[in-house]
Design a protein around this ligand. Structure first.
Ligand code: R5P
Length: 311
């Protein structure tokens, strides 16, 4: 790692993450003050001097519309104060669903948000970004990237806590998690076929699960937002005569009535990684995020300009 001091700041709600990054990566924990003026505008003050330093901002980005402007303002102020380089640690990275123009008049929001963040930061560390039609985050972001994978941590948890599991992915995209978790936990997996018919409506094709009926089902998906995907999977498992599943999500968004609806649908337990603070958090991503930060800082910032992505 270079001799340049690195200071870690938390934007509101990210204090535990910033504490863990500073401790685990042996960095300075900076102090800042952030509040809203009476008219709702943001006041920010960095109390730890940053001139000539690398700065890490801890800010997960669920409910991003409320957080992005404050984050970009913080980045601009840090540059104004002389920070040498800025790294964003956002365990949940938003705006990846609108990754193509589905209808006339829409835009590819994923590219616009990637451009905004790439313009303001030199590095980004995140966990399991929701990539669907765009294969790699590097195809969107032009900054130094490290992506933490939750699958090995989920596999450790499942191996420790669940006897005779069968991993169930509710849709084709979840195959990337369930296949890795199942291989590491040494158990079978199945991937269901999902059709999304609206923001809160999903339909799963029937699948014969007779061969795994004597196992404990563990549903694994990257995001639990409305929870309708996992609820549909719970119903299909019940129709197939399987016991109530354990439901695991990497990113615990839980919009609106999601948590209650998932419990009412019959989940035997719901758990998540701590990319977003939630009562279901049970799997700690912070050591992996800290290791990724150490690795990114060790690479330094003086290599050649990164290529423009193909957009
Ligand atoms: C979709 O492709 C994702 O992998 C998740 O399945 C989806 O985001 C879950 O959303 P919801 O909880 O609203 O069904």
């Amino acid at each position: 790692m270079s001799d340049t001091p690195t200071i870690v700041f938390a934007l509101p709600g990210n204090e535990a993450l910033a504490d863990a990054l500073a401790t685990q990566a042996a960095l300075v924990r900076g102090e800042c003050s952030c509040r809203s003026f009476a008219d709702g505008e943001t006041y920010l003050r960095f109390l730890t001097p940053v001139a000539g330093c690398h700065v890490v901002l801890a800010c997960t980005l669920d409910h991003p519309d409320a957080k992005l402007l404050r984050l970009l303002l913080a980045a601009r102020i840090l540059r104004e104060l002389g920070a040498a380089h800025l790294v964003l640690v956002a365990p949940y990275l938003p705006y990846l669903r609108q990754d193509q123009r589905f209808h006339e008049g829409e835009g590819v929001s994923a590219r616009h948000i990637a451009k905004l963040l790439s313009t303001h930061f030199d590095g980004l560390i995140t966990a399991d970004p929701h990539l669907h039609r765009i294969a790699h985050l590097e195809d969107l972001y032009t900054l130094r990237l490290r992506v933490v994978q939750a699958a090995p941590l989920i596999a450790d948890w499942v191996s420790r806590e669940v006897e005779r599991p069968v991993l169930i992915g509710p849709d084709a995209e979840s195959a990337q998690w369930v296949s890795v978790v199942a291989a590491a936990a040494g158990c079978p997996f199945r991937v269901l076929e999902k059709h999304r018919e609206g923001d809160r409506e999903v339909r799963l094709d029937a699948m014969d699960l007779g061969a795994v009926r004597d196992r404990r089902p563990v549903l694994v998906d990257d995001i639990i937002a409305t929870a309708r995907t996992q609820i549909a999977a719970i119903r299909m498992l019940a129709e197939q005569g399987l016991p109530a599943p354990l439901c695991i999500g990497v990113h615990a968004i839980f919009a609106g009535d999601a948590a209650g609806a998932l419990a009412a649908a019959g989940a035997s337990r719901v758990l998540s990684c701590n990319s977003i603070a939630h009562a279901s958090n049970a799997i700690d991503l912070r050591p992996s995020l800290s290791a990724a930060l150490v690795d990114l800082l060790a690479q330094g910032f003086d290599d050649e300009a990164l290529d423009e992505p193909g957009c």
